[in-house]
Write a protein that binds this ligand. Structure first.
Ligand code: ADP
Length: 401
C-alpha cells in the first residue's frame, strides 16, 4: 500500500495525517507540539487502536525523525510514503492552485512570508526539513489563499490608494480556501448540481471563521482579507471593526499598534464580548444557564454572520444552498437556525429534526423539501483535500473514495 503524508507546520508544532492513496480516510493523524521546549510531546491517533501520547526531546527535525521511526508500529514504512502534501497559509498572487515544490516555487513561498510572517516561515521550514531528509520524495504545497484567486478586482481591491495594491500587495486574499473548496465540491456533488452552474454561500465556522460566495465552483467573494482578521466574529478575533479604531484606542488609552493588533487577534471575538471563553460549546452551555454575556456573544456572532452572508449574496445570481462547516457550523444546530432566521429575506424553512442531527440522514440538508432556499451541513476535510491535490499532482490520481 502507498501513502500520502499531509503536513501542517506551525512555528512550534506540526500536525500530520497519513492517507492511503486510495482513500479519503486517514490511517492515522496526530500532532507534535511545544517543539524545542522541555514540554515537547507527540500524539498519534490511529483510525483503529489506542491513542499514543509521549514526551519527545526534539525540535521540528527530531520530531519528524521520531514520527518516521514510529510508523512501523502502525504497519507503515516511510518508504511507502510516495508524496508529502503541505498546508501553506499564504500563496499571495503567486499561487492560484497547488504546486509540486521545487526551488522556484519554494522561493516564491518565501517571498509571500512578509504577508503571513507567523505562518509561512513554518511551512517553508517543514518543506525544507523533509526535502533535506528525503530529497527524492515529491512534495506538494496547498495554499489557503489559492481558491480565492478567482475573485475579480472589484471584490478584492480595498478602496485605498492604488499603489498600495501595486507596490505592497494590499488587497483581499481570503483564507480557509482549502476548506471552502472541499465543502463546495461536496455540496455540489450531494445536491447533484452541474459543475458549471451552481451558486453557494459557505460558512466555515471553527476557531477562525470565514464565509465565501461560490459561483460555478469558483470563489467570487470571501470575508477574510489581507489577513485572517477581517470579516466574521471569531473565537478570539474581532472580525470587521471601524478602521479608525486604532487611532481612537491610541488616543484614549495610549495603546501601541502592536497592543491593538494583539487585542483584536487574541482578546476579541467571542472571548472579548463574553469575557468567558472563545469556545462556542462553553458559551452555549453558559447561555443555557442564564449567562447574559455568553448569550450576547452568540447573538453578535450570529447576526454578523447573517449580515455577511447577505452581503456575499450580492455576488450570486441565486442561492442553491447555504452550507455550514467547521466545528461550530457542523455541530451547533441552534446557531444554524438562528442565522437562517436572521436571513428570513431569503426564505429558509428549517427542518427541525434534520437540523438536530446535522443533516446526517439527508445528505446534509437541514431545510424542508418546500423551503424556498436550501441550507445544509458538510463536514470539512482540509487534510483529505491536501492529500487529493498531492495525489493528483504527483501520481495523476484524480478519483477518490
Ligand atoms: P479549528 O478552526 O481550530 O479547526 P474547529 O473547526 O474544531 O476549530 O472548531 C472549534 C469550535 O467548534 C469551537 O468553538 C468549539 O466550541 C466548536 N464546537 C465543536 N463542537 C461543538 C458542538 N458540539 N457544539 C457547539 N460548538 C462546537
Amino acid at each position: 500500500m502507498q501513502f500520502v503524508l499531509v503536513f501542517n507546520s506551525g512555528s512550534s508544532s506540526f500536525k500530520f495525517s497519513l492517507f492511503p492513496t486510495d482513500s479519503d480516510a486517514p490511517l492515522l493523524n496526530g500532532v507534535a507540539e511545544a517543539l524545542s521546549t522541555p514540554e515537547a510531546n507527540m500524539k498519534i491517533v490511529p483510525a483503529e487502536g489506542e491513542v499514543q501520547r509521549f514526551h519527545i526531546d526534539a525540535d521540528h527535525q527530531g520530531a519528524i525523525a521520531i514520527l518516521v521511526a514510529k510508523l512501523p508500529e502502525f504497519g507503515v514504512n516511510f518508504t511507502d510514503v510516495v508524496v508529502v502534501g503541505h498546508r501553506v497559509v499564504h500563496g499571495g498572487e503567486a499561487f492560484s492552485e497547488s504546486v509540486v515544490v521545487d526551488d522556484y516555487s519554494l522561493g516564491k513561498m518565501e517571498s509571500c512570508s512578509d504577508l503571513a510572517p507567523l505562518h509561512n516561515p513554518a511551512a517553508v521550514l517543514g518543506i525544507r526539513l523533509i526535502g533535506e531528509l528525503y530529497p527524492n520524495l515529491p512534495q506538494v504545497a496547498v495554499f489557503d489563499t489559492a481558491f480565492h484567486q478567482t475573485l475579480e478586482k472589484k471584490a478584492y481591491l480595498y478602496a485605498v490608494p492604488y499603489h498600495l495594491y501595486e507596490q505592497q500587495g494590499v488587497r483581499r486574499y481570503g483564507f480557509h480556501g482549502t476548506s471552502h473548496r472541499y465543502v463546495a465540491g461536496e455540496a455540489i456533488r450531494r445536491l447533484g448540481l452541474p459543475e458549471s452552474d451552481n451558486q453557494l454561500l459557505i460558512a466555515h465556522l471553527g476557531n477562525g471563521c470565514s464565509a465565501t460566495a461560490v459561483s460555478n465552483g469558483k470563489s467570487v467573494d470571501t470575508t477574510m482579507g489581507l489577513t485572517p482578521l477581517e470579516g466574521l466574529v471569531m473565537g478570539t478575533r474581532s472580525g470587521d471593526v471601524d478602521p479608525s479604531l486604532h487611532q481612537f484606542l491610541q488616543d484614549r488609552l495610549g495603546w501601541s499598534l502592536q497592543k491593538i493588533t494583539d487585542v483584536l487577534n487574541r482578546e476579541s471575538g467571542l472571548l472579548g464580548i463574553s469575557q468567558i471563553s472563545n469556545d462556542m460549546r462553553t458559551l452555549v452551555e453558559a447561555a443555557e444557564n442564564g449567562n447574559e454575556s455568553a448569550q450576547l456573544a452568540i447573538d453578535v456572532f450570529c447576526f454578523r454572520l447573517a449580515r455577511q452572508l447577505a452581503g456575499l449574496a450580492a455576488s450570486l445570481s441565486r442561492i442553491d444552498a447555504v452550507v455550514f462547516t467547521g466545528g461550530i457550523g457542523e455541530n451547533n444546530g441552534g446557531l444554524r437556525k438562528k442565522v437562517l432566521e436572521s436571513l428570513a429575506i431569503f426564505g429558509f424553512t428549517v427542518d427541525g429534526s434534520a437540523n438536530a442531527i446535522h443533516g446526517k440522514e439527508s445528505a446534509g440538508v437541514i431545510t424542508t423539501d418546500t423551503s424556498p432556499t436550501r441550507a445544509m451541513v458538510v463536514q470539512t476535510n482540509e487534510e483529505a483535500m491536501i492529500a487529493r491535490d498531492a495525489k493528483k499532482l504527483v501520481l495523476g490520481v484524480t478519483d477518490h473514495a
